[in-house]
Design a protein around this ligand. Structure first.
Ligand SMILES: Nc1nc2c(ncn2[C@@H]2O[C@H](COP(=O)(O)OP(=O)(O)OP(=O)(O)O)[C@@H](O)[C@H]2O)c(=O)[nH]1
Ligand SMILES: [Mg+2]
Length: 229
């Protein structure tokens, strides 16, 4: 593919009601924060971006978190190229819901340990005093999976929103380029999942992929913490 050819990707926002999926989406697309809560049924957007000097067209589906509107979830899961799974750091049940959704996604796509491109967001970090889910808990879940990134975000304060979408674009590109396959081929025949230099590697693809994801997430968080000193 030439450098100027536009990538096309479908992303789907998933997560419990009220965690901020729409606020994150609107912040990303319109650079504004939406006050007030108006439960979503389904909203679709298209956005053009340039990530790593290469254009990408993202079709973005903002879905319903409220249970009475979630009948279409299975279909959304089958159709997306990448998924943004959102919980609120102030709501423990929304974090459990993200874990469930991750499992449902893998089952509906019939993938195992290799997973699918996902970015998990722990949103509302401007509400630090109401936090019930730590950064480590969110990160710890995400880093079990090779194609899963993690960011803590605030739609209200526009923290890490663009970073999260750009990270998902990169993951989908890597998958399309077969970069995860190559890594699995290297590690698969090695018994007990040891790496070439003899260190134990607990997950296929994890060491290569998450080394950069973790740095991103941590440096963004420390920037946030610095800004709040
Ligand atoms: N303080 C704070 N409030 C937020 C943030 N993101 C969203 N909210 C608020 O949380 C409430 C719910 O936000 P929505 O974006 O509508 O939530 P949702 O996940 O789209 O909900 P459903 O459409 O029902 O699934 C609204 O009152 C938002 O203003 C955030 O980062 N910080
Ligand atoms: Mg919504």
């Amino acid at each position: 593919m030439s450098q100027t050819q536009r990538d096309e990707m479908k992303f789907v926002m998933l997560g419990s009601g009220g965690v901020g999926k729409s606020a994150v989406t609107i912040q990303f697309i319109k650079k504004e924060f939406k006050f007030g809560y108006d439960p979503t049924i389904e909203d679709a957007y298209t956005v053009q971006r340039t990530v790593d000097n290469k254009p990408v067209s993202i079709s973005l589906l903002d879905t319903a978190g409220q249970e009475e509107f979630t009948a279409m979830r299975d279909q959304y899961m089958r159709e997306g190229d990448g998924f943004i799974l959102v919980y609120s750091i102030t709501d423990a049940s929304s974090f459990e819901e993200v874990k469930d959704i991750y499992g449902q996604l893998c089952r509906s796509r019939d993938v195992g340990e290799e997973g699918i491109p996902v970015c998990i967001l722990g949103n509302k970090i401007d509400l630090e005093e109401e936090r019930v889910i730590s950064y480590k808990e969110g990160e710890g879940f995400a880093k079990q999976f090779a194609k899963c990134k993690f960011f803590e975000t605030s739609a209200y304060r526009n923290i890490n929103i663009e970073n999260a979408y750009d990270a998902l674009v990169r993951t989908v590109r890597k998958e399309r380029n077969g970069e995860f396959d190559e890594f699995e081929e290297v590690t698969e025949p090695v018994p007990e999942k040891t790496t070439k230099d003899g260190k134990r590697s607990s997950k296929k693809g994890f060491a290569l992929f998450n080394s950069c994801g973790k740095q991103n997430a941590e440096s963004d968080l420390s920037a946030f913490e610095d800004a709040n000193k």
